[in-house]
Design a protein around this ligand. Structure first.
Ligand SMILES: Nc1nc2c([nH]c(=O)n2[C@H]2C[C@H](O)[C@@H](COP(=O)(O)OP(=O)(O)OP(=O)(O)O)O2)c(=O)[nH]1
Ligand SMILES: [Mg+2]
Length: 322
């Protein structure tokens, strides 16, 4: 049994300049995680509010006067020997930031953030800034044309990450639907992944979304390495910490964890709820969508509990059903 360690609350600022670039600071030698880039900030002291802590830290470390804005994401994360809550807030400021502790600073265009080595808890923060907060999973097609129209509708409403999923659809029909769905998605720059079938995903030139049962199939590693080398995304469905760790080891770039609530598509499977979701997410450094009975209205809750956002069939499909 793991002994519960006290969680350290760290509040960090997402600070932008007039060009939209984001300020990163490099952790100085002699501290934990030295040399890695971080969002400026620090630990909340006893009796202090997170907002006051961030204002104090940004004044001490950068010499700026901060105004703390909206929450971006709160990431619970385990490190060797400690547990962290990285609480990332948008910040406005007066003054000119300087590295008052001798730390290097960099103004980084949002698209380049992934080039800066950062601590594990920052990976979900960067993803929250740069990747979609909704992940549509398609329902099984009844009528093909109606299914494609609904997909086009979802894309028109801003969906930018899609998992094509259909059980029990005849292979040739599914291949045709996948090709048309990929064309629709490409037109608006949405990312597409195919559920379960690595070979077909490779052939269609899209990513693959692994079923949780596939995570424990060691024989898949070679074809997944091949997918990654070709620049295609790998994602996975996870139900517990073991699945998450396996997905991270296989090189997944994001995952789905659930069911958060009981759903009609998985009757009898109880939901894990937000608190358990937070506890499980601590074990890996990955963007994680919560799935199971969720809709866009739940995105704020999701972010508060360390999720990238929500994945859904009904909650993101126009009309709410297949
Ligand atoms: N500020 C900040 N800390 C982060 C980030 N990511 C991350 O894992 N951390 C970790 C590193 C540290 O273990 C902890 C923050 O502690 P810190 O060393 O900055 O604390 P502090 O500013 O209060 O300074 P001190 O305790 O060294 O005096 O959180 C991040 O993006 N920003
Ligand atoms: Mg600090």
């Amino acid at each position: 049994m793991v002994v519960a360690m006290k969680q350290i609350h760290v509040v960090a600022g997402v600070i932008r300049d007039a060009r939209g670039r984001i300020l990163l600071a490099r952790r100085t030698e002699g501290r934990d995680l030295a040399g890695l880039w971080e969002f400026p900030g620090g630990k909340v002291e006893a009796g202090e509010s997170p907002e006051d802590a961030l204002i104090r830290e940004l004044h001490e470390e950068l010499g700026i006067q901060a105004t703390v804005g909206a929450s971006l994401i709160r990431v619970p994360q385990q490190y060797p020997g400690k547990r962290l809550l990285l609480d990332a807030r948008h910040v406005e400021f007066d003054g000119v930031p300087e590295g008052l502790d001798g730390q290097a600073l960099a103004w980084v265009p949002q698209g380049d953030l992934a080039d800066y080595p950062m601590p594990p808890a920052d990976v979900p923060v960067v993803a929250a800034l740069t990747q979609p907060d909704r992940y549509l999973v398609t329902p099984a097609p009844g009528d093909d044309e109606a299914w494609l129209t609904s997909l086009a509708d979802a894309l028109a409403h801003g969906v930018r990450r899609v998992q094509l999923r259909a059980r029990d659809v005849e292979a040739r029909r599914w291949r045709g639907l996948v090709a048309r769905a990929v064309a629709l998605s490409r037109r608006v720059g949405a990312e597409v992944l195919l559920n379960g079938d690595i070979a077909q995903a490779r052939e269609a030139g899209i990513g693959v979304h692994l079923r949780s049962a596939q995570l424990h199939d060691a024989a898949l590693q070679a074809s997944l390495d091949d997918m990654r080398a070709a620049g295609h995304a790998i994602a996975a469905s996870c139900h517990d910490a073991g699945d998450l760790q396996r997905a991270e080891a296989l090189g997944c770039s994001f995952v789905v964890l659930g069911p958060l609530q009981a759903t009609a598509s998985h009757p009898g499977q109880p939901g894990i709820g937000w608190d358990a979701f937070s506890g499980v997410r601590e074990h890996v450094s990955l963007p994680i969508y919560a799935i199971g009975g969720l809709a866009p209205v739940d995105i704020a809750d999701a972010r508060t509990h360390g999720a990238q956002g929500i994945a859904a069939i009904r909650g993101l499909w126009p009309g709410g059903n297949a």
